[in-house]
Design a protein around this ligand. Structure first.
Ligand code: GLN
Length: 547
């Protein structure tokens, strides 16, 4: 029988609720329990796949092909549990399910209402596979008081009543602002937030208070008294120099003990925190640093590349190297000389993206890396741009481009070396797509196999020749140009099992130049860095030692 922890947020957003949930998951695992984390988001998009990364941050893709909130990335990075389609839901998806059922006649004769129809749909989602784990951690997106969040809060209130006494607890994450003029940490916003929660029938068992520094005893006691929680259930969450200290820090603060107390689990199993001590040690005791240039089109919002920056940090941990990221907007980059911008970097990463804007800058970055022999990692769009660069500047197809940019081009001589994929195989099924299909959920999404050429450098990096990686794209490199490019030294070292879709390319005559059609960053963990990122940072370190 699973126990449920519902995590809500108050006062302001962006306090790190996803991270705190993920860290709690890892602490429960450290005590020997199995966990699963879920995110319930109140926005009306059916999933975040159609939202701008600049507005909502990165879209995290699961093995089974769901486009989800970036918090699922934190969950995976901290617990190592692969998220599934059924771990993320939005109000848009809930309402769309309810309306579909209504049209089908499932509620025939009834008036459809938020309570009970929408709340029942939410509860049904929370219950999926509930008995697989010891603890199910469900995070409610947004902040208490948001209009859209109300059906979700009502649903979790009902849910706790449907379950046995003591099977569900509530953790509320808030902010204690510091007022410099009076030198005080303020508890009032938290008191109001808890009051608001209690007005809708939810009494938090645990208060997790984010603050700049530690929370003194006086403020803890005040919060316990005014918010009606036990003093040792007021947990401080001061800012940390790395998110990977969060498990150790929350443990030190007594979070996992407070959770077990709230469930009346006694005696509590002893935690084994060796893994997190090692991760923290690798981060804090680096023996050098490298500068990695990221040339991308969504650089004004670092959350757009959350998994990439985390995977770089993991690669740094694998090599005991600190990572300094230099952000370059690829559109701005087009106006400058590559050498003035990139000559101080030890490696270059061109990440994924959509649409033509900024892609010429990415092509310039790939050219610079190829010619100057700087380590280059092109991810998805970053691989496609490396191919276009090779086609234009190495084998002389001066009009090489991608079909993705066709409508935006004035040049109708475009030679598509990257084309719109219309059908492919997934498992035993053939998937078909058309140019005018809906945009939501129609890309090549989720985990696909690739075969790596024996003896290739990429096979050495992976230490195997069959890999599984997550995809999220509509366009593909055309193998029509393979022979010509290979003659010029660009090896197609990873291919889809049917041999039609290039998955990995590498320049033979280059110390470290790879393009990958998939997103390796999505599977990297601090305690299990992705081999591509670990080797990329090793190559960058080698460059840093030369200069
Ligand atoms: N826009 C490209 C495509 O759809 C690349 C996508 C990506 O980088 N994730 O194929």
């Amino acid at each position: 029988m699973a126990r449920f922890v519902f995590i809500t947020g108050g006062v302001v957003s962006s306090l790190g609720k996803g991270l705190a949930s993920a860290a709690l998951g890892s602490l429960l695992q450290a005590r020997g329990y199995t966990v699963r984390l879920r995110k319930l988001d109140p926005y009306l998009n059916v999933d975040p796949g159609t939202m701008s990364p600049i507005e909502h941050g990165e879209v995290f893709v699961t093995d089974d092909g769901a486009e989800t909130d970036l918090d699922l990335g934190h969950y995976e990075r901290f617990t190592g549990v692969a998220a599934r389609k059924t771990d993320s839901v939005s109000a848009g998806r809930i309402y769309s399910n309810v309306l579909e059922k209504e049209r089908r006649g499932d509620y025939l004769g009834k008036t459809i209402q938020v309570i009970p129809h929408v709340t029942d749909e939410i509860k049904e989602f929370i219950r999926i596979d509930e008995d697989e784990v010891d603890f199910m951690l469900c995070e409610i997106g947004g902040t208490v008081g948001d209009i859209e969040g109300l059906p979700f809060l009502e649903a979790i209130r009902q849910f706790s009543q449907d379950k046995q006494l003591g099977q569900c607890i509530f953790m509320h994450l808030t902010l204690l602002p510091y007022i410099a003029a009076s030198g005080e940490l303020k508890t009032k916003p938290t008191q109001h937030s808890v009051k608001e929660l209690r007005a809708i029938g939810i009494a938090p068992d645990i208060l997790l208070c984010r603050s700049k520094d530690n929370v003194p005893k006086k403020e803890r006691e005040k919060l316990a008294l005014f918010c009606n929680v036990r003093p040792n259930a007021v947990i401080a969450g001061p800012d940390l120099s790395t998110i990977y200290d969060a498990p150790l820090n929350y443990h030190h603060e007594g979070l996992d003990q407070a959770i077990l107390n709230a469930f009346r689990i006694s005696p509590a199993p002893r935690p084994d925190l060796t893994k997190w001590k090692d991760v923290s040690d690798r981060f804090h005791n680096a023996e050098g640093e490298v500068r990695i240039a990221i040339v991308g089109k969504y650089t004004q919002m670092e959350d757009s590349y959350k998994s990439i920056t985390e995977a770089l940090t993991h690669g740094g941990m694998a090599n005991r190297i600190r990572i300094i990221i230099e952000w370059h907007d690829s559109e701005e980059f087009e106006k400058k000389a590559s050498s003035t911008v990139l000559s101080g970097s030890h490696a270059i990463l061109v990440p994924g993206g959509f649409g033509k804007r900024g892609t010429e800058g990415m092509i310039m970055a790939a050219k610079f890396a190829r010619e100057r022999k700087v380590p280059y990692l092109g991810i998805c769009l970053g691989m496609q741009m490396a191919i276009i660069e090779a086609a234009r500047n190495v084998i002389g197809i001066s009009d090489a481009g991608s079909e993705e940019f066709e409508q935006e081009l004035t040049n109708d001589r475009l030679v598509p070396v990257v084309f719109h994929l219309k059908e492919w195989i997934q498992g035993n099924y053939k998937i078909e797509r058309h140019v005018d299909d809906d945009k939501g959920g129609t890309m090549r999404l989720g985990s696909y196999n690739a075969n790596l050429s024996e003896e290739s450098r990429i096979a050495q990096i992976y230490q195997q020749t069959r890999i599984d990686e997550r995809h999220r794209h509509r366009y593909e490199v055309d193998i029509k140009f393979r022979k010509k490019l290979e003659k010029a030294g660009l090896i197609f070292s990873g291919m889809s099992p049917d041999g039609r879709l290039p998955e990995i390319i590498e320049w033979a005559d280059h110390p470290w130049f790879f393009g990958v059609q998939f997103h390796p960053e999505l599977k990297s963990k601090p305690f299990d860095p992705h081999p591509i990122f670990a080797d990329f940072i090793r190559a960058a370190r080698d460059v840093s030692r030369l200069v």
